[in-house]
Design a protein around this ligand. Structure first.
Ligand SMILES: *[C@@H]1O[C@H](CO)[C@@H](O)[C@H](O)[C@H]1NC(C)=O
Ligand SMILES: *[C@@H]1O[C@H](CO)[C@@H](O)[C@H](O)[C@H]1NC(C)=O
Ligand SMILES: *[C@@H]1O[C@H](CO)[C@@H](O)[C@H](O)[C@H]1NC(C)=O
Ligand SMILES: *[C@@H]1O[C@H](CO)[C@@H](O)[C@H](O)[C@H]1NC(C)=O
Ligand SMILES: *[C@@H]1O[C@H](CO)[C@@H](O)[C@H](O)[C@H]1NC(C)=O
Ligand SMILES: *[C@@H]1O[C@H](CO)[C@@H](O)[C@H](O)[C@H]1NC(C)=O
Ligand SMILES: *[C@@H]1O[C@H](CO)[C@@H](O)[C@H](O)[C@H]1NC(C)=O
Ligand SMILES: *[C@@H]1O[C@H](CO)[C@@H](O)[C@H](O)[C@H]1NC(C)=O
Length: 527
């Protein structure tokens, strides 16, 4: 329940309208706060024998959508609200919330422009999507159902009912060439006796990591881990009933844009670095939440969070990064930033494969260093641990300073973990950041948020689904939000982009991420 309340309060805090609006929104009910009183309604789509009444499942084609307070012409700088009434597959209104909905306001011509809406769940089958109008045009509305409420309830059940949603095995091998493969997890199995596990936890950084103890080899003969694909699939198979699996259709027609036949006329000058006449703040830590992160306009992202520049020439990037050392720590989505900058500056990559990777521009004294985060990691080839590190331990090992920037992204491999594992990891990182900042307060730390991904099979929804990734974002704000670090939230950029969803967004999206990143490193250069 707390998770959802946190999510709700973050969504609330996103409002520009001040306290009044905040109070109004904070009484909005969310699916989980309702569960107690609405257990019956929430479970009414399940038969007593566990099978699902598919006629009761939300159907996106049947959504009834209307503009709240429609006008012939809307103005840039104002909000626009859309009411969504969810219907089941027979066209009856739903009586409970929980549908995972994405909305977008966009124009195709004369420019391709788009922005994401924020959806408030009223808990009764109705939703309000709120858009911040930031560009003019005759705009269309897109309302997509990522998951019907019933699928979200199943995802919650999977999350809360099992320790992990992915099986990892690690090898132990002493002298002989016989490797014993044991189940390992970052989340303790409470029914196991400590005698029966190898405990690789790092209490100093709040990391837990256990393996079932091998029979013949000692714990310290650990050689590395890999994803056990077939056990993972077998686990997914057992986790869900045949009916529950049908809640996650393989073909993603549900995510297709349905024509909503809604046309919104917006007039005014598009917002650039000013909102309602007030200049945006410089990009810096702890910026106030805004009604929108920004919008796309002909392939360029305009931030409404802060005054972000464009860094599209080698000179402007070099000028920003001169004398700086950038430590990239986390998953492959931060490695994308590393690679983009390295290739853009035409630097040579040092280190091979997944080994630690460096790139150096000696002339301008610019250094990049990437290291993958430690377990949990979802990978088939053996990971021996040499090319990875716990982010908190890495931070402890970095000498900070005004020219040191640490870039962190930690999410993609955590979607299949209980949220508690992510929370512990973040607390460990929080304390490491506090230690670093007490030594070198001017060290810049930048956190990259999750983005939407592309999912087709049940396995992907259960392990890496957007619903799970989206739940991680409020946890980041909750645990790290008050620190002197910058959180770059790219979720809305990815929701509203002109590409198919992709966990690793294409280069012209990354280019816009990097504009944001450099705007936080060099807030005074306007690119
Ligand atoms: C479960 O119950 C429903 C209605 O009571 C019935 O239509 C369905 O066939 C049953 N399913 C199974 C697997 O018994
Ligand atoms: C490794 O194991 C194989 C099969 O068990 C055996 O034939 C081989 O001699 C072993 N090699 C060593 C170096 O122990
Ligand atoms: C936890 O340990 C018990 C006892 O060995 C075992 O039966 C169970 O399968 C384990 N659970 C998981 C999720 O590994
Ligand atoms: C929306 O427009 C399309 C194409 O113009 C039309 O076929 C469809 O019937 C319309 N739908 C509604 C709900 O008006
Ligand atoms: C996008 O931004 C770049 C850099 O400022 C600029 O050169 C380009 O014209 C912009 N594209 C559009 C369509 O505005
Ligand atoms: C970079 O370092 C050099 C040598 O220490 C120094 O002269 C120069 O002012 C520095 N430039 C910036 C922008 O920090
Ligand atoms: C470790 O994480 C848990 C949350 O999982 C948190 O309650 C606890 O305070 C953390 N401990 C430290 C030392 O960071
Ligand atoms: C916060 O961090 C910035 C660098 O991101 C630094 O310049 C500033 O001094 C820090 N503020 C405090 C209060 O430590």
């Amino acid at each position: 329940m707390q998770r959802y309340m946190a999510a709700a309060s973050i969504l609330c805090a996103f409002s520009l309208l001040g306290m009044l609006y905040l109070q109004k929104l904070s009484v909005v009910t969310t699916p989980e706060t309702n569960i107690m009183s609405k257990t019956f309604r929430l479970s009414s789509w399940r038969q007593p024998n566990g099978s699902i009444d598919f006629e009761m499942i939300t159907k996106s084609e049947n959504f009834v959508i209307s503009v709240v307070k429609p006008r012939p012409v809307h103005r840039v700088g104002k909000q626009l609200s859309i009411k969504i009434v969810a219907m089941d597959s027979r066209g009856r209104p739903k009586s409970y919330g929980g549908d995972f909905i994405r909305t977008k306001l966009y124009s195709r011509s004369p420019v391709e422009a788009s922005t994401a809406g924020r959806v408030t769940d009223h808990g009764d089958g109705t939703y309000t999507a709120t858009f911040f109008l930031s560009f003019p045009g005759t705009l269309s509305v897109s309302v997509k159902l990522v998951h019907p409420s019933e699928a979200v309830q199943a995802l919650k059940k999977f999350r809360d009912g099992s320790i992990v949603r992915r099986v990892m095995v690690c090898g132990f091998q002493e002298k002989t060439n016989v490797t014993e493969w044991m189940f390992c997890s970052n989340t303790p199995n409470k029914s196991l006796n400590l005698r029966d596990v190898c405990d690789f936890s790092r209490p100093l950084v709040n990391v837990t990591f256990y393996c079932d103890r091998p029979r013949f080899s000692p714990c310290d003969s650990f050689v590395g881990c890999h994803r056990d694909h077939s056990s993972t699939l077998a686990m997914h198979d057992k986790m869900a009933t045949a009916d529950e699996k049908k809640l996650f259709p393989r073909d993603r027609d549900l995510l297709e844009d349905l024509p909503r036949n809604m046309s919104i006329r917006v007039k005014g000058k598009r917002l650039l670095r000013k909102v309602r006449g007030k200049p945006l703040p410089l990009c810096a830590p702890r910026l106030p939440q805004t009604a929108s992160e920004g919008y796309w306009f002909n392939g360029n992202w305009t931030s409404l969070r802060c005054k972000a520049g464009k860094f599209r020439t080698v000179e402007s990037v070099t000028e920003c990064l001169r004398n700086k050392t950038l430590f990239f720590r986390g998953d492959s989505t931060i490695r994308q930033w590393f690679r983009y900058l390295m290739l853009f500056l035409k630097l040579q990559q040092h280190g091979r494969g997944s080994q630690p990777v460096y790139a150096i521009d000696e002339k301008n004294n610019i250094k990049f260093h990437f290291l993958f985060h430690n377990y949990p990691r979802n990978q088939m080839p053996l990971m021996d641990g040499k090319d990875m590190g716990y982010v908190a331990e890495e931070i402890d090992g970095i000498v900070g300073g005004k020219d040191v920037v640490i870039l962190i992204s930690l999410w993609a491999h955590f979607s299949a973990e209980p949220i508690q594992t992510f929370r512990s990891r973040l607390y460990g990182i929080r304390h490491a950041i506090e230690r670093l900042h007490s030594r070198h307060p001017e060290t810049k730390i930048i956190w990259r948020s999750p983005n939407t991904g592309h999912h087709q099979q049940f396995q992907h929804f259960v392990e890496n689904g957007d619903w799970y990734a989206f739940q991680l974002l409020p946890v980041v704000y909750e645990i790290l939000g008050d620190l002197n670090i910058s959180i770059i939230n790219v979720w809305e950029m990815s929701e509203s982009m002109w590409h198919n969803d992709d966990m690793h967004p294409p280069d012209d999206v990354i280019k816009n991420h990097v504009d944001m990143l450099l705007s936080y490193i060099c807030p005074f250069n306007n690119g």
